[in-house]
Structure formats: C-alpha cells, structure tokens
Design a protein around this ligand. Structure first.
Ligand code: SAM
Ligand code: SF4
Length: 331
C-alpha cells in the first residue's frame, strides 16, 4: 500500500502544486509589483526532469493530484511537454493548470493533447478597462479568447478565478455571474489574501464571500448551496436555483479551510512549502542537485508536511506575511 503523508492534525496530503516559473506577462496588483520585478535566474528553475523526479517521489508518498502554476505557467517554454511527462506517471489521475489565460488560445490544444483536462483561468473583471486597472497590462480580449478555446478543445471543467477586492470589484460580480450563466464556466470568487508584493493588503479591502452571495442572489436570483464534492477542495459551490450558472467561493480569509487542506507546494526554484503562508521552506533543489537520493527527497517531504501549522493566522495579530509574494510561491 502507498504510504500516506499525514501531518500532526491528521490531514492527509495528496495534492501537489508545482510552480514552473515566477515570470508573468501581466502585473496583477494583488500579486506582483508594477515594475522592476527581480525574477529568478533561469538556471535556478527546476528542469522538467527535476520536477518529474520530485513528483515521482511525491507519488510514492500518496500524491495523486497535481496542479501547475506560477507566475504564469504558460510562459514556461514547452509546458505541454511537462504535462505529458507527468501524465505518464500512472498514479497521477488529475493534472490541472491555473493560468491567466493570455496565452491559452495558442496552447489549449497542445495542453489537452498532452493529457490535461482541468483548467482554471484567472479573470477578475468583465471589461477591458477594469482588467487593465487590476493587471496593469492589456489582454482582456486574449483571456476571453483563451476561455473560449479551452471550452472548444474539451477542457472540463473550465473554472474562472476572480479575486474579490472591496472598493474595486463589486461592480464585476453581477457581470461575472451572468458570464457563468451564459458560458457554463464556474466562477470562483477568491477573497483577497495578504500575499501581494507591495504589502498593501488590508482586511478592509477583502470583499467577503457572503457579501458576494448576497449581491448575486439579489441581482440575478437565488443561489442554492451544493454539497462539497471533494472534501479537500477549498471552494464552497453554489448554483442558481433555475439550474443555470455555478458559483464557487474561496473564502480563505473569512472562513479558512485550513483544517481540510490536503496540499503542499514546490516553488519554481525548488523550495518545498507546506502552506501558502508558510514562513519556512525546505531546499529540495539543493538535495536534487547535490546528488541526494530519492529517499532523501522523500524525507524532506515527510518532514515538511509533519511540520505544517494548524492554520494561517491572517485573522490574528500574530500574522506575519511571508517574504515571498504570490507569484514567487506559486498560487
Ligand atoms: N498566473 C496564473 C494565474 O493568475 O492564474 C497562476 C498563478 S496565480 C498566483 C494563481 C491564483 O492566485 C490566481 O487565480 C490569482 O488570481 C490568485 N491570487 C494571486 N494573488 C492573490 C491574492 N493576494 N489573494 C487572492 N488570490 C490571489
Ligand atoms: Fe501573474 Fe497570476 Fe500573479 Fe496575476 S496572479 S500577476 S497573472 S502570477
């Protein structure tokens, strides 16, 4: 029987997030600085072979689900080749990607052909103007093209992640709800978390999940809560009562789901992190490039998971924002 990665609170870790780059083709204010970003040296990024070696060890410890992220994963050259390499590991039954969608229309077919089926596209606004205000770059139409292409080539489900920020994205909520009803994508609203590069997060800027549900129910129609299909999933799912349009809420700040978290992460430069908000990391790349064995990598994973804290402390005075912003961790 496969070993299980269980932490001190009994949480079984089966879900690995792999960041493939910290580079990005846009500059969302809640993630990256506007300019002069210090990116990782290319040579410090794990190669596809190194990522696959790490993933195979993680699979031995019970991982069966992988998601590629970044930075923007689609700016990593030949990403579809990595997908095919991971797909060849039989125990991994689910490979997904989280992307900003800018390059998706060009790559959707290759990713699908490599064996990927699940895709999350991040889009916070339904107008080009608001998109630019948030991302500080052009690209709204490209993202819409990317979502359409992903649906056309057969990705299921296609989910859209929208960060909800008070004073900025309230007027996007209804158009996004309508987009979900029109296109069949699930819109998942994510509460703004303190992982921005500018350290400008404030609790007052978090638009809470329950407020989003109130707005949608009032302006579009009643929402019915759906049961949680996957207990490790962070989203609570809803559907409009008339059966048209799914909405997810990732209420990381107002309703932390830490006690059901089953994830750990590896950064693009090969650092193992047991939580987005972790203040410590384990240098797996040093083990890999220092000639370490698979058993040493396995020990590093076991120890990292074993040291996982009970939960993030965003809602306490003790909270310390990690040095790495979201783009450098891999969201
Ligand atoms: N570039 C890809 C993208 O944007 O989808 C993948 C990486 S991005 C860091 C992963 C997810 O994290 C995106 O859905 C993004 O909206 C979300 N995210 C980034 N910073 C965030 C923050 N401060 N609070 C909440 N979500 C955030
Ligand atoms: Fe880039 Fe994604 Fe961060 Fe936006 S959230 S800046 S798309 S890495």
């Amino acid at each position: 029987m496969t070993e299980q990665l269980v932490d001190a609170y009994g949480r079984v870790h089966t879900n690995l997030r792999i960041s493939v780059t910290d580079r990005c083709n846009i500059r969302c204010f809640y993630c990256m600085p506007a300019d002069n970003v210090q990116f990782m040296e290319k040579a410090s990024l794990l190669s596809f072979e190194e990522i696959v070696r790490f993933a195979k060890v993680a699979v031995r410890l019970g991982v069966n689900k992988v998601r590629l992220t970044g930075g923007e994963p689609l700016v990593r050259r030949d990403l579809h080749k990595l997908v095919a390499m991971l797909k060849a590991i039989p125990e991994i039954h689910d490979i997904g990607v989280t992307t900003n969608g800018i390059l998706l229309a060009d790559q959707a077919q290759d990713l699908y052909d490599a064996g990927m089926r699940r895709i999350n596209v991040s889009l916070d606004a339904m107008t080009a103007e608001k998109f630019k205000q948030i991302t500080r770059r052009e690209g709204f139409e490209k993202v819409i093209e990317g979502i359409t292409a992903a649906q056309r080539v057969g990705f299921r489900p296609v989910k859209v992640n929208a960060v909800a920020v008070r004073g900025l994205t309230e007027e996007e909520i209804v158009p996004m709800g309508e987009f979900a009803r029109r296109t069949g994508v699930e819109i998942r609203f994510i509460e703004y978390m303190p992982l921005d590069a500018d350290n400008a997060w404030q609790r007052e800027k978090v638009l809470f999940g329950h407020e989003i549900i109130d707005i949608l129910s009032r302006e579009i129609g009643p929402l019915v809560a759906l049961g949680q299909s996957d207990p490790g999933a962070p989203a609570t799912d809803f559907q409009f009562q008339d059966g048209k349009g799914r909405i997810g809420l990732i209420a990381s700040v107002s309703q932390p789901f830490c006690m059901s978290c089953n994830r750990f992460r590896i950064t693009a430069d090969g650092k193992l992190r047991n939580c987005l908000f972790s203040l410590e990391e384990t240098d797996v790349k040093a083990i890999i490039r220092g000639g370490g064995s698979d058993d040493e990598i396995a020990d590093a994973i076991r120890n990292s998971v074993a040291a996982k804290k009970e939960g993030h402390e965003i809602n306490t005075a003790r909270f310390i924002q990690p040095d790495r912003p979201m783009y450098s961790i891999g969201g």
